[in-house]
Design a binder for this molecule. Structure first.
Ligand code: ARG
Length: 592
């Protein structure tokens, strides 16, 4: 269905044209003076210049015309005020009809603007065998939400985890393994397989091997050189190392999948940098043939700078002097793969800000070489850092790198303690509920900030049931669920023809007005890759709902038709809230 602002604009357009003004001036926005009106049109000011008239005269022409038109019933107020604003309020009946329409349409009347277009969302980005850090956490949370949003709008969203599975960490692990267990078959130069199926390490051992190797490489030049050489050999397809690599992948992937599952983050594709490998020789050859790649100080590079750039952009390095492929090379190879398989209409990559230059370079090379068409949007959604209360990148209490499981467990424990403080639910239920609320606290705490900004991970605040938090939203949903179940247990049944009625109070009207913003919010959150807009919307929605609730005796209402209207309205509110939190990637419990 049409968005509310468009409905109002369409209603006042004829008033502009009938008076000889172009209909493009009939633009309607939410009022910035809610004390004076709900909506406003500033078109008369703009039109004044074009028609050489006083803005107030134009505003009067428009408002006066509406006064006499059949659309007058849409408004409870439409007035021209100095210097030329048109101020409007919707009539209670029109608003009730609009909500009734929302209530009866699939997805509450949201238009599926995506119409099946394919969009690749590249998020998660975990590095195999390395610990997940907060950047990976943010990427997973934001990406999951963007994917769900796009899918809801009718896009064919393809989420790819794009694992870092081809870098130096692999060579480091191979060499560390050699130092620890030189007799393993993989290190026997004369052996030509077959290699054992069982990995020579567990996830626990792997978690010890990588950090040990990584710090060794920092002190020991020779070890580092060995690791680089092993990485290169792996990339060139040396069988024994491929076998070790497969072991690392198997062990590590099982662990990663468990981690993502606990965050309710899912991927359509579990591809990685290694999958780009087969494209790289052809890619390099093609870039050379097109005259784009050239030798510079032993490396192969492509210029990406353009006239009008505000900063000087260094060329993109495609191949290092030692022959190793780079991060950018594998991203370009991945683009070739995606173009071949999906020919996406849009790309969205989600990583932290520090990768800004990398993606500018990759996008420019992809377009310059014609791999991606010039008008295909390639979006890099950059996020800021999750900081601790000290303002520095978040660390554990012991000062170490965060382990995702521990972070999640810490939040769940804190929520659990809170539930047990004042409630006597079974331990089992409290645990389950704590898991649901904890996830909401974590995700909402992240998503409610504009992604590009840094934010402070403040557990106390995130798990609070009051304020702009995930638990507050859940609390509101649970409150509605409880009213609905009381209504039912009173033996009440909703009549067939029950519907949202014209508001009987200001609090009720405010709730209704807030609900009408839903379509616009969902659409713009996706267009602007900005899930925080959904958070802001449901926070305000929860607030106006709770004011309405405090102001209205829903269950004691004696007028049964009015009561049924309330039930319809709060059911719609619950549905919209639940839809939105699902798009953010979490759900509400039955009780809390
Ligand atoms: N693995 C990378 C990292 O940890 C993130 C991958 C992002 N996606 C991409 N296509 N480059 O920083």
């Amino acid at each position: 269905m049409k968005k509310i602002l468009d409905c109002i604009a369409d209603a006042i357009k004829p008033a502009f044209t009938a008076n000889g003004y172009d209909e493009s001036y009939a633009k309607v926005t939410l009022s910035n003076r809610p004390d004076l009106c709900e909506y406003q049109c500033n078109g008369a000011m703009a039109a004044a210049k074009a028609y050489k008239k006083k803005p107030i005269d134009i505003a009067n022409d428009v408002a006066g015309w509406i006064e006499k038109s059949p659309d007058r019933g849409m408004f409870s107020q439409i007035t021209a005020v100095m210097p030329g604003f048109i101020n409007m309020r919707l009539s209670q009946e029109y608003l009730a009809d609009y909500l009734h329409a929302m209530d009866t349409e699939p997805k509450y009347g949201l238009e599926e603007t995506g119409s099946g277009e394919t969009v690749i969302v590249d998020y998660g980005g975990a590095n195999v065998a390395k610990p997940l850090h907060v950047g990976h956490l943010r990427s997973a949370i934001i990406g999951e939400s963007i994917k769900r949003l796009g899918r809801f709008l009718g896009y064919n969203m393809i989420g790819d985890v794009h694992l870092g599975d081809w870098g130096l960490q692999m060579g480091l692990i191979i060499e560390e393994l050699r130092d620890r267990e030189p007799d393993l078959i993989y290190f026997d130069p004369d052996c030509s397989g077959p290699y054992p199926e069982k990995p020579p390490f567990t996830i626990g051992q792997l978690e010890d091997i990588y950090p040990a190797a990584s710090s060794k490489a920092k002190e020991d030049e020779n070890f580092k050189a060995r690791a680089q050489e092993a990485t290169l050999q792996l990339q060139n397809g040396y069988e024994p190392y491929r076998a070790v690599w497969q072991h690392i992948m198997n062990v590590s992937l099982a662990d990663l999948k468990k981690n993502y599952k606990s965050l309710e983050v899912t991927f359509d594709l579990w591809k990685g940098e290694s999958d780009a490998q087969e494209y790289i020789p052809g890619l390099i050859e093609d870039l050379q043939k097109k005259g784009l790649a050239y030798e510079s100080q032993g490396a192969l590079v492509v210029d990406v700078a353009k006239e009008g750039d505000s900063k000087e952009l260094p060329p993109c390095i495609i191949r290092k002097s030692d022959g190793a492929a780079l991060y950018a090379t594998s991203d370009l190879g991945t683009i070739l793969d995606r173009e071949k398989t999906y020919a996406p209409a849009k790309y969205i990559y989600i990583t932290d800000k520090r990768q800004e230059l990398h993606f500018i370079q990759v996008f420019r090379v992809a377009k310059k070489a014609g791999y991606v068409s010039e008008d295909t949007p390639m979006v890099h959604l950059m996020f800021g850092t999750m900081n601790g209360k000290d303002g520095k990148p978040f660390k554990t209490r012991e000062g170490g790198v965060m382990r995702l499981e521990n972070l999640v467990a810490e939040i769940n424990d804190a929520v659990y303690d809170r539930i047990m403080e004042n409630r006597t639910v079974s331990d089992e239920e409290a645990r389950k509920t704590a898991g649901i609320i904890g996830l909401a606290a974590l995700k909402y705490g992240d998503l409610s900030n504009q992604a590009s900004k840094d934010y402070v991970f403040d557990m106390e605040r995130f798990i609070s049931f009051e304020g702009n938090t995930g638990p507050y939203i859940l609390y509101t949903i649970v409150r509605i669920k409880s009213i609905l179940s009381k209504y039912e247990s009173m033996g009440e049944k909703l009549p067939e023809n029950a519907r949202v009625l014209a508001a009987a109070s200001e609090a009720e009207k405010n709730l209704m007005l807030q609900l009408t913003k839903y379509h616009e919010v969902i659409e713009s959150s996706f267009q602007e890759t900005a899930p925080h807009k959904i958070c802001q919307f449901i926070y305000e929605l929860s607030d106006v709902f709770n004011k309405f609730y405090n102001n209205t005796m829903i269950l004691k209402e004696e007028d049964k038709a009015r009561q049924a209207g309330y039930i319809k309205l709060i059911t719609l509110t619950k549905g919209v809230l639940e839809t939105c939190i699902d798009l953010l990637g979490f759900a509400a419990p039955e009780r809390m």
